[in-house]
Design a protein around this ligand. Sequence first.
Ligand code: ADP
Length: 444
Amino acid sequence: MAEPTTEMFDRDAQTMPVEQLRQLQQDRLRALLARVRDASPQHREQLAGVDPQEVTLENLNELPTVAKAQMREYYPLGMLCVDRSEVRRIHATSGTSGRPTIVAYTATDLDILGRANARVLDAAGARAGTFVHNAYGYGLFTGGLGLHQGIEHLGACTVPISGGMTQRQVTLIEDLRPEVLLCTPSYAAAIADAMAKHGIDPADNSLKAGVFGAEPWSEGMRASLEKGLGIKAMDIYGMCELGGPGVAFETPESPGYLFINEDHFLPECIDPATGKPVAEGEVGELVFTTLTKEATPVVRYRTGDLASLQRVEDPNGRTFTTMSRIVGRADDMLIIRGVNVFPSEIEAVLLADDRVSTAYTLVIDERGTMPSMIAVTEPTQDVPSGQVPELLARLQHELKDRLGVSCKVVLAEPGGLPRTEVGKAVRVQHWKAGADSPFPGLLT
Ligand code: ADP
């Protein structure tokens, strides 16, 4: 596999001088607003009275935003800005929390999806001829087919295995010797566990890089995946409403900073309470405008995701601004005895100790008058049972220290917890009064 620094896919776009980039964004923004203002019921409502020629990158934050809940009202195709005859593909959100949001793609949209994801894969070291094992779910979910589009655009080779049947995944990795693995971080952990069970040494497998996203994951998880799979693990960010994966990505040289494909996705970062922009480097809610999307573009889409924006020096010359890794989702935040807790903070504490496996669930015990937290996890195979009491005490102490509120820790047998094979890992379970224990035998 080539070194990521030797060449760069789409170099001209990715290394454009910032001033030129800003001009391109400005031009694309005005063209977008002019195109969509009267093109769909959703955009007509959002952009009533807006003169596209008056909008600049500086005053864009005065336009109304659109949020997921509003988009659902326009189900199925009330956001569509082109004639149905131009639509080449449909994707949708999982819709677990209500009506799904449908996104549509023209031929140009599919080309841009491919280009954006080809940049991600190129940054991870893939080239024409690299075998890429794509274990993101295929289907309406954007992850599988979105990255598939990127692999084809780059001219690399796809192993389109989708999620599930972990044993078969391990066998195919052994047999086809792919260099890049694509899946959710929780599923990468399940693959690493399955390889360990079969005695496959991480140093001997063919994988060199993994591109993991679609759900939050901590630095502890990164360290576990890098060790367990013998790879460099990189983050990728995206979402269905913006067209899928490939909105932003890490490179091996930029851990913690994800380059935003800014020529297609215009980012803003706002205070979720006031809607006002926050300063560079400060955490706020990410808001995106899809500058080039034709079929279902969004103007100022509120993602609910919390992160910061900052321009950093890239040794490879990329000029795009970066976002930090996702700190949390505004609506994932738990309030436990008056304290705000993000589930990702719990993962960060648990996985900082390499005696703990990557499988864990946070149970919110809501049976009493005040909710309490229980982290259910398991030790790795090689932790002597004599060390368990000290391990438990240490984890509970660290959690209290980090969160400011207690979190009990309960350990299952090594390998005893279920692994998510398809879709996103469900890390939080609410245990209501009268309901069965989510972990019978462990929690009563
Ligand atoms: P949904 O889950 O709403 O059906 P998506 O599958 O498009 O739709 O999920 C998008 C969401 O997944 C993002 O808004 C974000 O919360 C989360 N997500 C995606 N990539 C990452 C990532 N790299 N880190 C953390 N969270 C992510």
